[in-house]
Design a protein around this ligand. Structure first.
Ligand code: NJP
Length: 239
């Protein structure tokens, strides 16, 4: 039987690359995101299914669960990003709230909704966190906190599912050169973005992370890859 996967935030960047990689290794992929035109294009390219899904919206997530049906082999909680990274003294708390809603509560909501299908399918859940989860940096308070919370979610879930045949994995990328992440990351503060990016002249590309997710998801059933940390060689380990 064909293995089935859901990728959230599959309309661009790491999510789109992951959908392509999973299709290439034989998964039938349900590609979810808010921008239907973009996610439809990805799904058409790989012979998958597109669904409009805002992970902060209960009704959208319930509809996604309906589409998935009884059994699922893989969920990649990728939807998210860093919104308006600014020092605490300039923080836009509403942006932090949205960032938390999408990254943490969004992945919790989707995971909860798809958990019965993942248990039935003896599936794998992957959380896309960040090296920001394990470090602090100037301007990163909001994002570091959000990604740490997502890491805690993955860790708790793994323990809760200890007696179930479900794997819970985390991938923590360093700086990845994706289309939109870098634009939103510094809240339009180009000078700050330039300063940070200048320190990492050769960032990862989305396929570096997609390849690793494909590898995690295709390990033998008795192997759980708890966490992969992948960063550009030129990115300082504490960044
Ligand atoms: O960014 P981008 P990445 N409901 O902006 C979707 C983490 N990460 O690929 O809804 C559903 O191209 C959005 O789709 P749409 C990062 O934190 C990155 O770089 O159509 N989906 C889009 O497909 C994030 O968790 C780097 O707008 C929602 C996707 O999310 C993941 O990698 C480093 C949504 C974002 O794609 C993918 O980021 C790192 C919602 N409410 C971790 N809101 C990096 N790039 O350097 C957004 O350590 N999306």
């Amino acid at each position: 039987t064909v293995r089935r996967a859901v990728v959230t935030g599959a309309s661009s960047g790491i999510g789109a690359a992951t959908a392509r990689t999973l299709a290439a290794v034989g998964f039938e992929v349900i590609c979810a995101a808010r921008r239907l035109d973009r996610v439809q294009a990805v799904a058409d390219e790989i012979g998958g299914t597109a669904v409009q899904c805002d992970v902060t919206d209960e009704a959208d997530v319930a509809a996604l669960a309906d589409l998935v049906g009884e059994s699922l082999d893989l969920l990649v909680n990728n939807a998210g990003g860093a919104l308006g990274q600014k020092p605490v003294r300039e923080a836009e708390i509403d942006a932090w709230q949205t960032m938390y809603d999408v990254n943490v509560l969004g992945s919790a909501r989707v995971t909860k909704a798809l958990l019965p299908a993942l248990i039935k399918g003896q599936g794998t859940v992957v959380f896309v966190t960040s090296t920001a989860a394990e470090s602090a940096y100037e301007g990163g308070a909001g994002y570091c906190g959000v990604k740490s919370a997502q890491r805690a979610l993955a860790g708790s879930l793994r323990l809760e599912l200890f007696d179930q045949p479900v794997r819970v994995c985390e991938i923590a990328p360093g700086m990845v050169n994706t289309e939109e992440f870098s634009l939103t990351r510094f809240g339009g503060d180009q000078a700050r973005a330039d300063a940070v990016y200048a320190g990492v002249p050769d960032p990862l590309v989305a396929d570096d992370i997609a390849d690793a997710i494909g590898w995690m998801a295709t390990r033998p059933a008795h192997v759980n890859v708890d966490r992969l940390v992948i960063r550009p060689r030129a990115q300082a380990a504490n960044h």
